[in-house]
Ligand binder design. Structure first.
Ligand code: AMP
Length: 341
């Protein structure tokens, strides 16, 4: 049975960028393939403090992250759907160390996210921040996951995981690891034309990032719906005076059209046609503000209806599965390395 896998860190409140780029594709894929594929939706809690966080809130945020998966539409009654915390599955760290030793330093040093984040957190650049893509490779390779629905920012890390898998398969055993699909195949599998990148509301040339200090740049899943609508209304656009979909020259307004299309499950082209030749940016903004605030109100009501006990139950089941599968893979790796007979 093939495995489709993804994880979303919950150290900061996930944004609608995370929702549209990662939750939504995964939920759709779970509906499409959940009867005959493993759907692994894990919480990468060990990835969460590669940059400093508030640890006093961390546990509760993790539990909330699971509630978000369920509220987004993962069917927890489906035995093929597995929700687990990375930290409760020790094989992730054990395999990460092994993969470290087969990852050239130069290759890991090319990761643009490390370069960007170490620039942002100059006084706290840790080995963990550098090493995180290798842990991510372990997260994927342990489960032989072929499809990993991701936003655009993570594809370089996926490529690293592919390179590690190719190198180890060539050196040790052809079928040691399933090779994750290439970016082009992943995007096609998600029914997209290209990987998604929801932009910042204030600086639309950049991605909407949950770690941004500027609250106006992002809409978090826990934002008050009315406050979120205001952020959309004050989103940075341009002075062209006509609504066109052009991510290079009019990224702000284009970003809003993309958000509208994704939340309403409409073809982007149809939304673009609705506004063709339109000059009043305010109308588009009001429509998007309405869509996003309705989504948030509905989503937050669903989250509030999920109990901690429900989460504990789902995690106990998911973590038993994850330990069983990952330990088998780890043992195969230990054998070929000569750590085990
Ligand atoms: P992270 O925020 O790094 O935990 O990312 C979790 C998932 O959300 C990954 O698949 C990212 O690619 C995706 N993601 C994060 N930000 C965005 C964004 N602005 N647009 C689209 N996808 C995103």
């Amino acid at each position: 049975m093939q495995t489709i896998l993804t994880g979303i860190r919950t150290n900061e409140e996930p944004t609608i960028g995370n929702f549209l780029g990662s939750y939504l594709p995964m939920i759709r894929l779970s509906h499409e393939h959940g009867a005959n594929s493993n759907i692994n939706m894990f919480i990468p809690d060990l990835h969460s403090f590669t940059t400093p966080i508030d640890h006093s809130k961390f546990y509760d945020q993790t539990i909330k992250g699971v509630k978000y998966y369920i509220a987004a539409g993962l069917d927890t009654d489906n035995p093929n759907i597995h929700i687990y915390r990375q930290s409760r599955v020790p094989a992730h760290c054990e395999l990460a160390w092994i993969l470290d030793c087969f990852t050239p330093f130069g290759e890991a040093s090319r990761m643009t996210q490390f370069k960007e984040k170490s620039e942002e957190h100059k006084d706290s650049v840790t080995v963990g921040l550098f090493n995180y893509p290798v842990l991510m490779a372990a997260d994927i390779l342990l489960y032989d996951a072929k499809y990993v629905p991701l936003g655009e920012d993570q594809f370089q890390h996926l490529e690293l995981a592919r390179n590690i898998a190719i190198r180890m398969n060539n050196k040790f055993k052809e079928d040691l690891f399933t090779l994750p699909a290439s970016e082009a195949e992943q995007v096609k599998f998600m029914h997209l034309e290209k990987a998604l990148r929801i932009r910042s509301l204030t600086e639309p040339t950049k991605k909407m990032s949950k770690s941004s200090k500027n609250e106006k740049s992002k809409i978090s899943l826990s934002d008050d719906p009315k406050a979120a609508a205001k952020k959309i209304m004050s989103a940075t656009t341009d002075s062209e005076g006509v609504i066109r979909f052009d991510m290079i020259n009019q990224p702000g307004i284009s970003n809003l059209m993309l958000i509208e299309a994704l939340f309403t499950n409409r073809e982007l082209q149809d939304v673009i046609s609705d506004y063709a030749g339109e000059t009043r940016y305010g109308e588009l903004k009001s429509k998007v503000a309405d869509t996003v605030s309705h989504f948030l109100a509905d989503f937050q009501e669903k989250v509030a209806g999920i109990t901690d006990e429900q989460v504990e139950e789902v995690l106990a089941k998911g973590e038993a599965y994850a330990n069983e599968v990952s330990n088998q893979k780890l043992q195969q790796v230990q054998k070929v390395l000569g750590l085990r007979k």
